[in-house]
Design a binder for this molecule. Structure first.
Ligand SMILES: [Zn+2]
Ligand SMILES: [Zn+2]
Length: 425
Protein backbone atom coordinates (compact mmCIF):
# COMPACT_ATOMS: atom_id res chain seq x y z
CA UNK A 1 0.00 0.00 0.00
CA UNK A 2 1.56 3.27 -1.05
CA UNK A 3 1.19 6.49 0.90
CA UNK A 4 -0.55 8.20 -1.97
CA UNK A 5 -3.37 6.73 -4.01
CA UNK A 6 -5.04 7.90 -7.16
CA UNK A 7 -8.38 9.65 -6.88
CA UNK A 8 -11.65 7.77 -7.12
CA UNK A 9 -12.80 7.40 -10.72
CA UNK A 10 -9.45 7.89 -12.42
CA UNK A 11 -6.97 5.28 -13.53
CA UNK A 12 -3.37 4.77 -14.55
CA UNK A 13 -2.88 3.19 -17.95
CA UNK A 14 0.13 0.95 -17.64
CA UNK A 15 1.54 -1.73 -20.00
CA UNK A 16 0.22 -3.95 -21.44
CA UNK A 17 -2.98 -1.84 -21.52
CA UNK A 18 -0.92 1.12 -22.71
CA UNK A 19 0.11 -0.95 -25.76
CA UNK A 20 -3.55 -1.45 -26.67
CA UNK A 21 -4.20 2.27 -26.29
CA UNK A 22 -1.26 3.03 -28.57
CA UNK A 23 -2.49 0.57 -31.11
CA UNK A 24 -5.96 2.15 -31.10
CA UNK A 25 -4.51 5.65 -31.46
CA UNK A 26 -2.26 4.59 -34.33
CA UNK A 27 -5.21 2.98 -36.06
CA UNK A 28 -7.17 6.22 -35.68
CA UNK A 29 -4.37 8.31 -37.13
CA UNK A 30 -3.89 6.03 -40.14
CA UNK A 31 -7.54 5.43 -40.91
CA UNK A 32 -9.06 8.85 -40.26
CA UNK A 33 -6.37 10.39 -42.47
CA UNK A 34 -7.62 8.29 -45.38
CA UNK A 35 -11.06 9.82 -44.92
CA UNK A 36 -9.60 13.32 -44.93
CA UNK A 37 -9.52 14.08 -41.20
CA UNK A 38 -6.82 16.21 -39.57
CA UNK A 39 -6.06 16.16 -35.88
CA UNK A 40 -6.89 19.11 -33.65
CA UNK A 41 -5.58 19.53 -30.12
CA UNK A 42 -8.14 21.27 -27.96
CA UNK A 43 -7.58 22.57 -24.42
CA UNK A 44 -8.69 20.58 -21.41
CA UNK A 45 -10.20 23.66 -19.74
CA UNK A 46 -12.78 26.02 -21.22
CA UNK A 47 -15.10 28.76 -20.03
CA UNK A 48 -18.04 27.05 -18.37
CA UNK A 49 -20.42 28.83 -20.72
CA UNK A 50 -19.08 26.84 -23.69
CA UNK A 51 -20.75 23.76 -22.24
CA UNK A 52 -23.82 25.20 -20.52
CA UNK A 53 -24.97 26.91 -23.70
CA UNK A 54 -24.32 24.05 -26.11
CA UNK A 55 -24.94 20.83 -24.20
CA UNK A 56 -27.94 22.36 -22.46
CA UNK A 57 -29.00 23.03 -18.88
CA UNK A 58 -31.38 20.09 -18.85
CA UNK A 59 -28.69 17.52 -19.59
CA UNK A 60 -27.20 15.38 -16.82
CA UNK A 61 -23.76 16.55 -17.87
CA UNK A 62 -24.39 20.23 -17.23
CA UNK A 63 -26.86 19.67 -14.40
CA UNK A 64 -24.83 17.29 -12.27
CA UNK A 65 -21.57 16.11 -13.69
CA UNK A 66 -19.27 18.98 -14.62
CA UNK A 67 -16.03 19.73 -12.84
CA UNK A 68 -16.50 23.48 -12.55
CA UNK A 69 -14.42 25.83 -10.44
CA UNK A 70 -13.54 29.50 -10.13
CA UNK A 71 -9.95 30.27 -11.08
CA UNK A 72 -7.83 32.85 -9.25
CA UNK A 73 -9.08 35.54 -11.62
CA UNK A 74 -12.69 34.84 -10.69
CA UNK A 75 -13.61 33.14 -13.98
CA UNK A 76 -15.82 30.08 -14.07
CA UNK A 77 -13.76 27.29 -15.64
CA UNK A 78 -14.85 23.75 -16.53
CA UNK A 79 -12.81 20.65 -17.27
CA UNK A 80 -14.19 19.56 -20.62
CA UNK A 81 -16.90 16.89 -20.21
CA UNK A 82 -16.92 16.14 -23.96
CA UNK A 83 -15.18 17.28 -27.13
CA UNK A 84 -17.75 18.59 -29.60
CA UNK A 85 -18.48 21.92 -27.89
CA UNK A 86 -14.76 22.73 -27.71
CA UNK A 87 -14.24 21.65 -31.31
CA UNK A 88 -17.03 23.93 -32.49
CA UNK A 89 -15.67 26.81 -30.39
CA UNK A 90 -12.23 26.15 -31.93
CA UNK A 91 -13.66 25.91 -35.45
CA UNK A 92 -15.43 29.25 -35.20
CA UNK A 93 -12.68 31.06 -33.29
CA UNK A 94 -9.93 30.01 -35.71
CA UNK A 95 -12.01 30.65 -38.81
CA UNK A 96 -11.25 27.13 -39.99
CA UNK A 97 -14.21 27.19 -42.34
CA UNK A 98 -12.64 29.78 -44.55
CA UNK A 99 -9.22 28.22 -44.70
CA UNK A 100 -10.08 24.91 -46.31
CA UNK A 101 -12.46 23.60 -48.90
CA UNK A 102 -15.66 21.94 -47.65
CA UNK A 103 -16.27 19.77 -45.85
CA UNK A 104 -13.74 20.36 -43.09
CA UNK A 105 -12.97 17.27 -41.06
CA UNK A 106 -11.19 17.11 -37.74
CA UNK A 107 -10.58 14.57 -35.05
CA UNK A 108 -9.33 14.82 -31.48
CA UNK A 109 -8.39 12.52 -28.66
CA UNK A 110 -7.84 13.04 -24.99
CA UNK A 111 -9.25 12.92 -21.49
CA UNK A 112 -12.72 14.19 -20.58
CA UNK A 113 -14.07 14.70 -17.08
CA UNK A 114 -17.45 14.03 -15.52
CA UNK A 115 -18.30 13.73 -11.88
CA UNK A 116 -20.21 10.46 -11.97
CA UNK A 117 -20.54 7.52 -9.63
CA UNK A 118 -17.60 5.36 -10.75
CA UNK A 119 -18.53 1.92 -12.07
CA UNK A 120 -17.13 -0.49 -14.59
CA UNK A 121 -16.66 1.28 -17.90
CA UNK A 122 -17.54 4.66 -16.40
CA UNK A 123 -14.78 6.81 -14.98
CA UNK A 124 -14.54 10.40 -13.80
CA UNK A 125 -11.58 10.95 -16.07
CA UNK A 126 -12.19 9.03 -19.25
CA UNK A 127 -10.59 9.16 -22.65
CA UNK A 128 -12.45 9.92 -25.84
CA UNK A 129 -11.61 9.85 -29.51
CA UNK A 130 -13.96 11.94 -31.58
CA UNK A 131 -14.35 13.31 -35.06
CA UNK A 132 -16.38 16.16 -36.51
CA UNK A 133 -17.28 16.85 -40.11
CA UNK A 134 -18.23 20.49 -40.74
CA UNK A 135 -20.06 22.06 -43.67
CA UNK A 136 -21.65 18.84 -44.83
CA UNK A 137 -25.43 18.99 -44.94
CA UNK A 138 -26.36 15.86 -46.84
CA UNK A 139 -26.99 12.34 -45.53
CA UNK A 140 -23.92 11.22 -47.51
CA UNK A 141 -21.76 12.73 -44.76
CA UNK A 142 -23.68 10.74 -42.14
CA UNK A 143 -23.24 7.55 -44.15
CA UNK A 144 -19.54 8.18 -44.71
CA UNK A 145 -18.95 8.75 -41.00
CA UNK A 146 -20.77 5.57 -40.02
CA UNK A 147 -18.82 3.69 -42.67
CA UNK A 148 -15.53 5.04 -41.30
CA UNK A 149 -16.39 4.07 -37.71
CA UNK A 150 -17.31 0.60 -38.90
CA UNK A 151 -14.02 0.26 -40.80
CA UNK A 152 -12.21 1.39 -37.68
CA UNK A 153 -13.77 -1.39 -35.60
CA UNK A 154 -12.99 -3.89 -38.35
CA UNK A 155 -9.33 -2.87 -38.35
CA UNK A 156 -9.20 -3.50 -34.61
CA UNK A 157 -10.96 -6.86 -35.15
CA UNK A 158 -13.81 -5.73 -32.90
CA UNK A 159 -16.94 -7.32 -34.32
CA UNK A 160 -20.58 -7.88 -33.49
CA UNK A 161 -21.28 -4.26 -32.72
CA UNK A 162 -24.81 -3.17 -33.41
CA UNK A 163 -25.48 0.09 -35.16
CA UNK A 164 -28.68 1.83 -34.10
CA UNK A 165 -29.85 4.98 -35.79
CA UNK A 166 -32.62 7.48 -35.31
CA UNK A 167 -33.63 10.97 -36.35
CA UNK A 168 -34.63 13.45 -33.69
CA UNK A 169 -35.83 16.06 -36.15
CA UNK A 170 -34.93 19.71 -36.44
CA UNK A 171 -36.06 23.00 -34.98
CA UNK A 172 -38.97 22.98 -37.41
CA UNK A 173 -40.46 19.61 -36.52
CA UNK A 174 -39.17 18.80 -33.04
CA UNK A 175 -41.28 21.26 -31.02
CA UNK A 176 -44.49 19.49 -32.04
CA UNK A 177 -43.00 16.15 -31.07
CA UNK A 178 -41.81 17.52 -27.75
CA UNK A 179 -45.28 18.73 -26.86
CA UNK A 180 -46.82 15.43 -27.94
CA UNK A 181 -44.38 13.67 -25.58
CA UNK A 182 -45.09 16.09 -22.72
CA UNK A 183 -48.78 15.50 -23.17
CA UNK A 184 -48.29 11.73 -23.23
CA UNK A 185 -46.23 11.66 -20.05
CA UNK A 186 -48.17 14.39 -18.23
CA UNK A 187 -50.82 11.87 -17.14
CA UNK A 188 -48.11 9.62 -15.73
CA UNK A 189 -46.16 12.25 -13.88
CA UNK A 190 -46.68 10.55 -10.49
CA UNK A 191 -45.07 7.37 -11.80
CA UNK A 192 -42.00 8.91 -13.43
CA UNK A 193 -38.66 8.98 -11.61
CA UNK A 194 -37.58 12.33 -10.14
CA UNK A 195 -35.22 13.08 -13.01
CA UNK A 196 -37.93 12.43 -15.57
CA UNK A 197 -40.39 14.70 -13.76
CA UNK A 198 -37.88 17.48 -14.32
CA UNK A 199 -37.34 16.38 -17.91
CA UNK A 200 -41.06 16.60 -18.52
CA UNK A 201 -40.85 20.38 -18.59
CA UNK A 202 -37.22 20.88 -19.63
CA UNK A 203 -36.68 18.22 -22.29
CA UNK A 204 -39.21 15.38 -22.52
CA UNK A 205 -37.08 13.65 -25.18
CA UNK A 206 -34.73 12.63 -22.41
CA UNK A 207 -37.46 10.50 -20.79
CA UNK A 208 -37.01 8.17 -23.76
CA UNK A 209 -33.51 7.15 -22.71
CA UNK A 210 -34.05 7.05 -18.96
CA UNK A 211 -32.44 3.90 -17.57
CA UNK A 212 -34.91 3.49 -14.68
CA UNK A 213 -37.06 0.37 -15.25
CA UNK A 214 -40.39 1.93 -14.31
CA UNK A 215 -39.81 4.80 -16.76
CA UNK A 216 -39.06 2.19 -19.42
CA UNK A 217 -42.48 0.64 -18.77
CA UNK A 218 -44.19 4.01 -19.05
CA UNK A 219 -42.71 4.60 -22.50
CA UNK A 220 -44.88 1.94 -24.08
CA UNK A 221 -47.22 3.55 -26.56
CA UNK A 222 -45.42 6.90 -26.48
CA UNK A 223 -45.60 8.93 -29.70
CA UNK A 224 -42.75 8.20 -32.12
CA UNK A 225 -40.60 10.90 -33.68
CA UNK A 226 -40.88 9.28 -37.09
CA UNK A 227 -44.53 10.38 -37.23
CA UNK A 228 -43.55 13.98 -36.58
CA UNK A 229 -40.55 14.50 -38.88
CA UNK A 230 -40.87 17.29 -41.43
CA UNK A 231 -40.39 16.44 -45.13
CA UNK A 232 -36.77 17.57 -45.04
CA UNK A 233 -35.84 15.45 -42.01
CA UNK A 234 -37.81 12.51 -43.34
CA UNK A 235 -36.06 12.45 -46.70
CA UNK A 236 -32.66 12.92 -45.03
CA UNK A 237 -33.31 9.88 -42.88
CA UNK A 238 -34.68 7.79 -45.75
CA UNK A 239 -31.66 8.57 -47.89
CA UNK A 240 -29.29 7.67 -45.04
CA UNK A 241 -30.99 4.31 -44.66
CA UNK A 242 -30.70 3.71 -48.40
CA UNK A 243 -26.98 4.53 -48.36
CA UNK A 244 -26.30 2.25 -45.40
CA UNK A 245 -28.04 -0.58 -47.22
CA UNK A 246 -25.90 0.09 -50.26
CA UNK A 247 -22.78 -0.04 -48.09
CA UNK A 248 -23.97 -3.33 -46.55
CA UNK A 249 -23.80 -1.69 -43.17
CA UNK A 250 -26.52 -3.34 -41.13
CA UNK A 251 -28.42 -1.17 -38.69
CA UNK A 252 -31.58 -0.99 -36.62
CA UNK A 253 -33.92 1.95 -36.39
CA UNK A 254 -34.24 2.74 -32.71
CA UNK A 255 -36.57 5.63 -31.84
CA UNK A 256 -35.13 5.71 -28.31
CA UNK A 257 -31.68 6.91 -29.42
CA UNK A 258 -32.13 10.56 -28.47
CA UNK A 259 -28.68 11.23 -26.92
CA UNK A 260 -28.49 13.34 -23.78
CA UNK A 261 -27.31 16.55 -25.38
CA UNK A 262 -29.42 19.43 -26.59
CA UNK A 263 -27.46 20.28 -29.71
CA UNK A 264 -28.32 17.25 -31.82
CA UNK A 265 -30.54 17.52 -34.89
CA UNK A 266 -31.71 14.89 -37.37
CA UNK A 267 -29.44 11.82 -37.31
CA UNK A 268 -28.39 10.28 -34.00
CA UNK A 269 -26.61 6.96 -33.73
CA UNK A 270 -24.91 4.50 -31.42
CA UNK A 271 -22.65 1.52 -31.93
CA UNK A 272 -23.45 -0.80 -29.04
CA UNK A 273 -22.14 -4.07 -27.67
CA UNK A 274 -23.31 -6.46 -25.00
CA UNK A 275 -19.90 -8.03 -24.58
CA UNK A 276 -19.14 -5.77 -21.63
CA UNK A 277 -21.93 -6.82 -19.33
CA UNK A 278 -24.93 -4.57 -19.80
CA UNK A 279 -25.60 -3.19 -23.23
CA UNK A 280 -23.19 -0.33 -23.76
CA UNK A 281 -22.54 2.26 -26.40
CA UNK A 282 -18.94 2.11 -27.61
CA UNK A 283 -19.30 4.98 -30.08
CA UNK A 284 -22.11 7.47 -30.44
CA UNK A 285 -22.89 10.74 -32.07
CA UNK A 286 -25.15 12.68 -34.34
CA UNK A 287 -25.77 15.68 -36.46
CA UNK A 288 -25.76 19.19 -35.02
CA UNK A 289 -26.79 21.54 -37.81
CA UNK A 290 -27.34 24.63 -35.65
CA UNK A 291 -24.46 24.52 -33.20
CA UNK A 292 -21.85 26.44 -35.22
CA UNK A 293 -24.30 29.28 -35.64
CA UNK A 294 -25.02 29.26 -31.92
CA UNK A 295 -21.30 29.76 -31.37
CA UNK A 296 -21.35 32.81 -33.62
CA UNK A 297 -20.26 31.18 -36.88
CA UNK A 298 -22.10 31.14 -40.17
CA UNK A 299 -24.77 28.49 -40.59
CA UNK A 300 -22.71 25.28 -40.90
CA UNK A 301 -24.39 21.89 -40.77
CA UNK A 302 -22.16 19.30 -39.16
CA UNK A 303 -22.01 15.80 -37.77
CA UNK A 304 -19.72 14.13 -35.27
CA UNK A 305 -19.17 11.23 -32.95
CA UNK A 306 -17.06 10.18 -29.99
CA UNK A 307 -15.97 6.81 -28.79
CA UNK A 308 -14.93 5.72 -25.33
CA UNK A 309 -11.36 4.50 -25.19
CA UNK A 310 -11.79 2.47 -21.99
CA UNK A 311 -14.63 0.37 -23.39
CA UNK A 312 -12.96 -0.02 -26.74
CA UNK A 313 -9.68 -1.09 -25.12
CA UNK A 314 -11.62 -3.74 -23.16
CA UNK A 315 -13.11 -5.02 -26.41
CA UNK A 316 -9.76 -5.05 -28.21
CA UNK A 317 -8.28 -6.85 -25.24
CA UNK A 318 -10.89 -9.60 -25.67
CA UNK A 319 -10.14 -10.25 -29.32
CA UNK A 320 -6.40 -9.73 -29.52
CA UNK A 321 -3.75 -11.81 -27.84
CA UNK A 322 -0.81 -10.21 -26.03
CA UNK A 323 1.86 -9.03 -26.54
CA UNK A 324 0.34 -6.04 -28.29
CA UNK A 325 3.63 -4.30 -29.00
CA UNK A 326 4.19 -6.26 -32.20
CA UNK A 327 6.48 -8.86 -30.75
CA UNK A 328 9.31 -6.69 -29.59
CA UNK A 329 12.15 -4.91 -31.38
CA UNK A 330 13.76 -6.33 -34.48
CA UNK A 331 17.27 -5.37 -33.34
CA UNK A 332 18.63 -5.07 -29.86
CA UNK A 333 21.95 -3.23 -29.72
CA UNK A 334 24.10 -4.59 -26.89
CA UNK A 335 26.79 -2.00 -26.22
CA UNK A 336 29.58 -2.84 -23.80
CA UNK A 337 30.83 0.40 -22.27
CA UNK A 338 29.83 3.99 -22.80
CA UNK A 339 31.84 4.58 -26.00
CA UNK A 340 30.14 1.66 -27.69
CA UNK A 341 26.80 2.80 -26.33
CA UNK A 342 27.16 6.26 -27.86
CA UNK A 343 28.17 4.66 -31.10
CA UNK A 344 25.11 2.38 -31.00
CA UNK A 345 22.79 5.26 -30.19
CA UNK A 346 23.89 7.16 -33.27
CA UNK A 347 23.29 4.07 -35.41
CA UNK A 348 19.84 3.46 -33.94
CA UNK A 349 18.92 7.12 -34.33
CA UNK A 350 19.86 7.11 -37.99
CA UNK A 351 18.12 3.87 -38.90
CA UNK A 352 15.03 3.82 -41.03
CA UNK A 353 12.07 4.54 -38.74
CA UNK A 354 10.35 1.36 -39.88
CA UNK A 355 13.08 -0.71 -38.29
CA UNK A 356 12.38 -1.24 -34.63
CA UNK A 357 15.61 -1.10 -32.69
CA UNK A 358 16.44 -0.71 -29.06
CA UNK A 359 19.73 0.31 -27.52
CA UNK A 360 20.39 -1.43 -24.19
CA UNK A 361 21.98 0.41 -21.25
CA UNK A 362 25.81 0.48 -21.35
CA UNK A 363 26.04 -0.63 -17.73
CA UNK A 364 24.87 -4.14 -18.60
CA UNK A 365 27.16 -7.14 -18.94
CA UNK A 366 26.87 -9.21 -22.11
CA UNK A 367 24.86 -11.84 -20.23
CA UNK A 368 22.50 -9.19 -18.86
CA UNK A 369 22.10 -7.76 -22.39
CA UNK A 370 21.15 -11.19 -23.73
CA UNK A 371 18.58 -11.71 -20.97
CA UNK A 372 17.06 -8.33 -21.62
CA UNK A 373 16.97 -8.92 -25.40
CA UNK A 374 15.15 -12.21 -25.02
CA UNK A 375 12.72 -10.82 -22.44
CA UNK A 376 11.85 -8.12 -24.99
CA UNK A 377 11.43 -10.80 -27.65
CA UNK A 378 14.02 -9.16 -29.92
CA UNK A 379 14.93 -10.98 -33.14
CA UNK A 380 18.61 -10.04 -33.46
CA UNK A 381 21.23 -8.79 -31.03
CA UNK A 382 24.08 -6.65 -32.37
CA UNK A 383 27.00 -6.80 -29.92
CA UNK A 384 29.91 -4.39 -29.79
CA UNK A 385 32.48 -3.01 -27.36
CA UNK A 386 35.36 -0.55 -27.79
CA UNK A 387 37.61 -3.26 -29.26
CA UNK A 388 35.10 -3.93 -31.99
CA UNK A 389 34.70 -0.25 -32.73
CA UNK A 390 38.48 0.04 -33.21
CA UNK A 391 38.46 -2.95 -35.56
CA UNK A 392 35.35 -1.63 -37.30
CA UNK A 393 33.28 -4.78 -36.71
CA UNK A 394 30.34 -6.05 -34.67
CA UNK A 395 28.77 -9.46 -34.05
CA UNK A 396 25.14 -10.05 -34.89
CA UNK A 397 23.31 -12.96 -33.28
CA UNK A 398 19.93 -14.36 -34.31
CA UNK A 399 18.10 -15.29 -31.12
CA UNK A 400 15.84 -17.94 -32.66
CA UNK A 401 18.73 -20.33 -33.41
CA UNK A 402 21.80 -18.69 -31.89
CA UNK A 403 23.57 -18.35 -35.25
CA UNK A 404 25.88 -15.39 -35.57
CA UNK A 405 27.86 -13.43 -38.15
CA UNK A 406 30.54 -10.75 -37.95
CA UNK A 407 29.61 -7.59 -39.81
CA UNK A 408 31.47 -4.45 -40.86
CA UNK A 409 30.38 -1.34 -38.94
CA UNK A 410 30.85 0.77 -42.07
CA UNK A 411 27.99 -1.14 -43.69
CA UNK A 412 25.85 -1.78 -40.65
CA UNK A 413 22.88 0.24 -41.86
CA UNK A 414 22.76 -1.65 -45.15
CA UNK A 415 23.09 -4.89 -43.23
CA UNK A 416 20.23 -4.01 -40.91
CA UNK A 417 18.02 -3.12 -43.87
CA UNK A 418 18.80 -6.37 -45.68
CA UNK A 419 18.03 -8.48 -42.62
CA UNK A 420 14.90 -6.52 -41.81
CA UNK A 421 13.53 -6.96 -45.29
CA UNK A 422 13.88 -10.73 -44.93
CA UNK A 423 17.35 -11.27 -46.44
CA UNK A 424 19.90 -13.55 -44.82
CA UNK A 425 22.84 -12.04 -42.97
ZN1 LIG B 1 -37.38 18.56 -39.38
ZN1 LIG C 1 -36.90 8.26 -15.51
Amino acid sequence: MSTYNRLKGVHDIVPPDAFIWNKIETTVKDLFYIFGYDEIKIPVIESTEIFTRSIGQSSDIVGKEMYTFMDKGGRSITLRPEGTASLVRCYVENGLKWKHSSPQKYYYMGPMFRYERPQKGRMRQFYQIGAECFAAAGPEADAEMLFMINEFFKKLKVRQLRLEINSIGCKVCRPAYKSALSEFFAHKEDLLCNDCCERLTKNPLRILDCKVDSCGQLRKGAPLIVDYLCEHCKSHHERLRELLDKMHLSFNDNPLIVRGLDYYTKTTFEFTTDHLGAQNAVAAGGRYDDLVEEFGGRSTPAIGFALGMERLADLVNMVQVPPYNDNGPFFYFAALGEDAWMYCLSIVNNLDKNITSICGEWTRSLKSHMNKASSLNAKYVVMLGSDEIQKGIATCKRLSDGSQVVIALAHIEDFVKVVQSGGRP
